[in-house]
Design a protein around this ligand. Structure first.
Ligand SMILES: Nc1ncnc2c1ncn2[C@@H]1O[C@H](COP(=O)(O)OP(=O)(O)OP(=O)(O)O)[C@@H](O)[C@H]1O
Ligand SMILES: [Mg+2]
Length: 365
């Protein structure tokens, strides 16, 4: 049972693809990361952060992303050497261009018909909308996969995915029904945006620039003074809320502007603090914390997280046998596998949906 998972997250940094086998045991057979064409990336950001709606832009981007997802899948299949016929289906997350559960919709694009057409492989996509239709947030969806893979009977664990946004999964030892999760707020998105704005580089490699600054307490308090952080779960968020202009508005509200590196240090602190403040109320004594997503490579952010959680071990999911870069794409291979077996993919305790649902729509080969 081999499934191909495709993930393109809120950071819009790359298309991640994995080939995963689920029976008899879970294994990642091959993985690959493909760049997103620069003009496609610009079009995604314009749609995801803009307050205007352009149907032609949406339609063409849907098509181009479908082609790039198919290319990513084909590239992975070719270099893996695994015969195409052995792949049961592709699970494609799609690119979120709008996430508005409060209005009853979430929109991921990257035409699955085109993926099926260009790969010749059955494609399962649009995983979030069924959960939203059932009254849920449609996000996060990865906690069910985290539970399946990482829950144990011996130790409380928290899995934290630090992508563009950050979300966590709480896995109390031996209590599968008590697993829960939610978005904690921004992950890397503001770090990337401020880096791009000030240094014209896409990411603060290993957090080096942030580490050179000092967090500004006044700014940190202003950033944390956002209702989302106080809202009880279920909750999810996206670029609609946390983007460069959100930061600018907060900066404009201060008497004086901190040095640029101090702003970066404050943003690292915001991500780390909002994660810590989400873990403490979970009621787990000394949970081991395992990070996945690109944030696991930001060593300064990882250090801050460990410092804020002195009673927990803070590591990456690599310690649990799954490279932090491939957890999300593997989750969408897993979700496709669940859909194929007519099994639910959401956790109602996480998304707030009325019940478990089989997720996704199937586009035949
Ligand atoms: N070496 C590194 N140092 C600092 N940051 C890094 C490093 N490697 C990756 N990152 C950060 O990780 C981000 C990408 O993470 P990831 O691919 O998990 O996020 P995503 O695609 O937005 O997924 P999600 O759907 O979870 O939001 C990059 O934009 C960058 O900010
Ligand atoms: Mg990514």
């Amino acid at each position: 049972m081999i499934y191909l998972g495709l993930m393109s997250g809120t950071s819009v940094d790359a298309i991640d693809a994995v080939l995963a086998r689920f029976t008899p045991s879970f294994d990642i057979l091959a993985r690959d990361s493909s760049p997103i064409a620069p003009d496609t990336r610009a079009a995604i950001l314009a749609l995801a952060e803009g307050d205007h709606d352009d149907l032609d832009a949406l339609g063409t981007l849907d098509r181009h992303l479908g082609e790039q997802f198919a290319d990513a899948a084909n590239r992975l299949i070719e270099h893996s050497g695994i015969p195409r016929q052995q792949i049961c289906a592709i699970g494609s997350h799609g690119q979120t261009v709008r996430h508005r559960p409060e209005l009853g919709f979430t929109l991921q694009i990257g035409d699955p018909s085109r993926i099926a057409e260009l790969t010749g492989i059955r494609t399962i996509a649009d995983f979030r909308r069924r959960d939203v239709a059932a009254g849920g947030q449609g996000a996060p969806l990865v906690p069910a996969f985290h539970r399946d893979l990482f829950q144990t009977t011996s130790a409380d664990r928290v899995i934290v995915n630090i992508g563009g946004m950050a979300n966590l999964t709480s896995l109390p030892a031996g209590q599968p029904e008590a697993a829960t999760g939610f978005d904690t707020g921004p992950g890397n998105v503001l770090l990337d945006a401020w880096m791009q704005h000030c240094q014209n580089r896409p990411c603060d490699l290993n957090g080096a620039w942030g580490a050179s600054g000092q967090p500004n307490e006044t700014l940190l308090a202003a950033l944390l003074d956002e209702p989302f952080f106080r809202q009880p779960p279920p909750k999810s968020t996206g670029r609609e809320m946390f983007h460069l202009n959100w930061l600018r508005t907060k900066l404009n509200g201060l008497g004086s502007t901190p040095a640029a590196a101090d702003v970066q240090a404050t943003l690292v602190e915001l991500t780390a603090r909002s994660i810590r403040d989400s873990i403490l109320p979970l009621g787990l004594a000394r949970p081991a914390v395992f990070v996945c997503g690109g944030g696991a490579h930001n060593s300064f952010l990882m250090q801050r997280l460990q410092a804020l959680l002195p009673h927990s071990h803070v590591g990456s999911t690599a310690e649990l046998g799954l490279d932090p870069d491939w957890v999300e794409a593997a989750a969408f291979a897993w979700l496709a596998w669940r859909t194929d077996q007519n099994l639910s993919g959401n956790l109602p305790a996480v998304t707030g949906a009325q019940g478990e649902r089989v997720l996704g729509a199937i586009y035949p080969a």
